[in-house]
Design a protein around this ligand. Structure first.
Ligand SMILES: Cc1ncc(COP(=O)(O)O)c(C=O)c1O
Length: 461
């Protein structure tokens, strides 16, 4: 276990890692891959705006048929897409919704996109997300990415100099960097622990015990990831939450430890609600496993979490504008007030509801089961190859869709290059200090392609 002090960790880019992770690795791993003025926002000229065509669903879309689902994507069929979860390709209904809103905006942005139109459509998006994660729309802030949500939460939490954030050395860059910036700004102390020595042999009890042991009287936040993109390990978030609840029972409200989770690789890959997870803040993008519009995401927070958060970017929400116009501090839905304002690529944001609908038409549980059966088979196949070391745990308890491995005698980028060039398989190397080969079976891959990966990996002896 390491205590990194107020200057954050040495693991983020800019530290030792930057030297050892070359630029090519970062790029190939795809790691770095409205309001108007309220008073004028309610349009009187609405009727004159040419109405864009209703967003059509593809006539051939049969959500019970996996081939039909795959056919909604215009991904090239020349490759098997085991990295598609990193940045979404838009399925046909989402593309159609984006086009629908873009046509409206292009026809008359000042009338179509601003004021009440945005409030209404953004509310529809919040409601769709709330239904999907089993929570309330008012607790959801819309963002453009997981990184934006992570940055917002760690910058906006009400913490004092000397308060501690416990995080792990396994986090993605976004969490490490957000915490480094926070520590630099006001003396919040970031303590970085190692959750496990070998992810493949980790146990839920050991993961929880290490986190619990790191909590001190000064700890106010635990900053972790649900499914680690470094190894594919899935943190048993519910058990971590239960361990923290035990500690929190003995603490005053302001001193309780908040559990903040980067949920990006579990969201829309696992069939859970926020209640199932039991965390306080959940940050994700919706342009990964949900295959939602690129440049969309959200933060969900429970009431106690939002009460300890101070927005960092002015929202373009009704209460914030009203507060500004009347000279009174805004009151209103916390998610609305925390949503960063400014004009956005609204056609993408508003089309997010369609992505949720697309996913729900297939069925959350069916999507999760489809991902699980492919990743289970992939892990089984890889584990049977003598020259491959599986890094991701085998159990459903400690893994989700991501499958990471190492190949004896080959660097991850060599493996990824050979798979791409010789076998038409798109995989990635992980952009971390210790890099692995990473696959993400999803709704755009199928069991035959999983067998193709296993066969291809068998040739890399
Ligand atoms: C664990 C993890 N969190 C966050 C991100 C960044 O997500 P976004 O592109 O939505 O900011 C990534 C990778 O892209 C990731 O692997």
């Amino acid at each position: 276990m390491t205590d990194q002090g107020t200057q954050g960790t040495s693991h983020g880019p800019g530290g030792a890692v930057a030297d050892s992770v070359d630029r090519r690795t970062l790029l190939r791993g795809s790691a770095l891959a409205g309001a108007g003025v309220l008073a004028a926002g309610c349009s009187t000229a609405q009727a004159e705006i040419p109405s864009p065509k209703a967003a059509p669903n593809s006539a051939r879309f049969d959500p019970r048929n996996w081939e039909s689902i795959r056919a909604q994507f215009s991904l090239t069929r020349r490759y098997a897409h085991f990295s598609a979860f990193m940045l979404a390709s838009h399925p046909a209904p989402v593309s159609a919704a984006i086009k629908h809103f873009r046509d409206g905006l292009d026809s008359f942005p000042q009338q179509y996109g601003l004021g009440m139109d945005d409030f209404r459509r953004s509310d529809d998006v919040r409601k769709a997300l709330a239904g999907y994660i089993g929570t309330k729309a008012e607790q959801i802030a819309l963002t453009d990415s997981a990184t934006m949500g992570i940055g917002m939460v760690y910058a906006g939490l009400r913490l004092r100099a000397g308060d501690e954030v416990v995080t792990t050395e396994h986090e993605f860059y976004s969490t490490h960097e957000a915490l480094r910036l926070r520590a630099q700004a006001d003396g919040v102390v970031v303590r970085t622990i190692k959750l496990h020595d070998d992810p493949a042999r980790a146990s839920a009890d050991q993961l929880v015990a290490r986190l619990k042991a790191a909590i001190t009287a000064k700890t106010r936040v635990v900053a972790v990831t649900w499914v680690y993109s470094s190894t594919g390990l899935k943190l048993p978030v519910k058990q971590v939450a239960a361990a923290l609840a035990e500690i929190n029972r003995r603490r005053d409200e302001q001193e309780r430890v908040l559990l903040c989770v980067d949920g990006v690789h579990g969201f829309a890959a696992e069939d859970v609600t926020m209640q199932d997870l039991g965390c306080d803040f959940f940050m994700t993008s919706t342009h990964k496993w949900l295959f939602g519009p690129r440049g969309t995401g959200f933060v969900w927070g429970g009431p106690e979490a939002w009460a300890r958060f101070q927005p960092v970017v002015p929202s373009f929400s009704m209460p914030a504008f009203t507060g500004w116009l009347t000279g009174r501090p805004p009151t209103g839905a916390p998610g609305d007030l925390a949503t960063p304002g400014g004009y956005h690529s609204f056609e993408h944001r508003w089309a997010l509801a369609k992505a949720v609908e697309f996913h729900q038409a297939i069925g959350k549980a069916r999507v999760a089961a489809r991902i699980r059966s492919q990743s289970d088979r992939l892990k089984e196949g890889l584990a049977g190859l003598g020259h491959v070391r599986l890094v991701t745990p085998r159990s459903a308890e400690l893994s989700a869709g991501i499958v990471c491995c190492a190949v004896e005698g080959l660097k991850p980028e060599e493996v990824v290059g050979r798979l791409f060039e010789k076998h038409r398989i798109s995989a990635a190397e992980t952009p971390y200090r210790e890099s692995f080969v990473r696959f993400g079976p999803s709704i755009v891959t199928d069991p035959r392609e999983v067998e193709q990966v296993i066969r291809a990996m068998a040739t890399l002896r």
